[in-house]
Design a protein around this ligand. Sequence first.
Ligand code: GLU
Length: 339
Amino acid sequence: MRRILVIILALSLLFTISCGGGGEKTKKVKTRFISIGTGGVTGVYYPVGGVIAKMLNDKSDEYGLKATVEATGGSVFNINSVMAGDLDFGIAQSDRQYQAINGLSEWEGKPQPTLRSVFSLHSEAVTLIASDPSGIVNAADMRGKRIAIGNPGSGHRGNALDALRAYNLTLDDILPEDIKPAECAGMLQDGRIDAYFYTVGHPNGSIKEAVAGKTIVHFVPLNDVKVLLKEFPYYARTTINVDQYTGVSNTENVKTFGVKATLVTNESVDEDIVYTLTKEVLDNFDEFIAQHAAFTGLTRVQMLDGLSAPLHPGAARYFKESGLLDEKEALDKLIVEEE
Ligand code: GLU
């Protein structure tokens, strides 16, 4: 009798495990980890990557995704890491996306055919900020000055070189420094550099730090760029609104040129993951853009601007089913017809 009881007990325990709590566990989706490469901590990529990760992580039970954000050297580093499979997603300047897919600049002769775009984000201005004591009023005044042109791996290094060229300067005409943007504000304040380049959304932590110290600083216009704009399809004119920075000595908004920040991935990244990320951000667009002032004025359809790598199938699925792709095509057609 005791033996029978033990058997019944054992059997019922087995039944509970396979159908009860244990059963729910097998139903639960396995958590998948995804990484997003951003930029320096005082830029815009880093907090923006954080916003995307948080939106996904807040629904990790539903999506089965856990996103992490990595501070990195910037666009070029992110594209290379996404291509190598070290990162699932990366934020990269639209000019860098174009160069990578077409085998130009850092990727000269080595196009990256599996690079895929997800969506674009805020606009970035090629920003040159100088200390007032440096005496750099016009970009041409950079001659002989100590200028941080950006770390290797950054997106803005290429823009700095283009800007120098637009003003008939080469690296031999200045004292170039490779410093990361997170260190530039402090070095500008200490007088260890005269100016630094940063292609970045505004407002951002780096410039806020640069304007907050004892040394008075100012933005230098980069408006002599007609030739540059003709030569490169990814550049457009833009303006830095100086009201965003108390303490800067400019009294008028500053003319420069710029690009878009974009989110990129690899063709090999799972379609459902890319779809989920795209849908989460775009379906909750108002909540998303409220998280950073650099998103001011951004519209959903603009999230398709500046993408030169093919859309990842996961992103394409969302943009098609939401009607945004049709809206964008209709808009582009209108613009072409108007020209
Ligand atoms: N545009 C910069 C780069 O690609 C990064 C800007 C940022 O971190 O917001 O390196």
